[in-house]
Design a protein. Sequence first.
Length: 435
Amino acid sequence: MGSLGSRSSSLQVAIVGTGIAGLTAAIALRKHPNVHVELYEKASELKEIGASITLGPNGLRTLQKLGLEDCISDQVGYRGPNPISRMYRHWKTNELIGEDFYENVSESLHYTARFHRGHLQQALLRHVPRDIIHLKKKLVSAAVDPQNGVKMQFQDGSTATSDILIGADGIRSGVRTAFAPDFELEWSGHTAFRGIFSASLVDPIQDVPLDSTHWWGPDTNFFATRLAQNLFTVQGGIYADPQDPVAIAKFKDGAPWDQEANVKLLREKYVDWNPVVKALANVTPDIRYYPNYFCGSSLPTWIFGDRVTLIGDAAHAHGGAFATGGSLAIDDSYALYLALSSVYPRTATQKPSPEDLLKALRLYEDTRRPHAVRLLQVVHANNEMKTKKILAETQETDEELRARAKRGSNTTWLHEHDVVKSFEEALAASSKAKV
């Protein structure tokens, strides 16, 4: 499996993880005629699981660049009737109190879209041959020989080798653990409750917006949106002091990621909110826990042994802030493809040298890591502010809430990020450094 000798004329790339990051990376890299990709997934089957996922203009543009219009069509993702990035309503009165507007988005296909994660995964899977996907392959160790490649060992006792290893295996990345075993995830103090169900349950409720909507409250938020294929999703959450042992026992250690939770938690949290939110919480049949984690900028590099790198949450878990994780992973994948192609032309007849591979990985990191660090700095600052308020037992006043909503999220730099421009700037800087 994945033997270097069997395809010695092409570059062998192993990707661990078949989520949005791994599949997008596989699709992008396979566009290079001399790159051979193998995917390794710990799950026993590829089925539609998970919560909803949002893709902003940046991620949607990148998928279109990859020729994946079918993956971002209205049959897979949901876009509201109004071309507005985000809408904020008041928790108690249901008034529209803030909006985020696009700055450089004119094509409707690039308007922010919401997906069932499983639907997006299945759409991407249609572009990946099943014979390069290996299931029941939980990575237990990996080691690099700088001159000869990477060797992986899996829980079932099998092994595989590759020229490059890409960790696309999420917030609890086995690839990251293999090369940065002392790295620890931090809990943000926020635990999300999410539910996905038939939109028919929402039909009897009056005044449910057709647009995806955030309701902002003094101590938490509520989000609701329609999804494609007649589905609906809601998301609520609880903020706590991330050092509080009671909260840790209940929501961090006591609420494993993507585990079923008691829907009463959602209903009780929003019992005093406006009638629309309260009704949405009451018709939600079940929810799951998602304790949000982030790693900060404490991972000093995404490159290990000159042949291993990370993409998506494996590189920069950020607790789901600003609903940008999917687009980040997609742009990571495309940047990695651009970086590799820059040192390994499509017309090349020999595999790139170890030095060229390292050059490509550094170029990828120079393109993406500064952007991720900026995001994580914002996430940390926001979380510190929330924690201080929790410790001080103070709540945002209604006037402060309205002013914050009016300002909006100020994240155009994030949702409309141009990954190609960033790559070109990194490439230019790299070339200049050589002169």
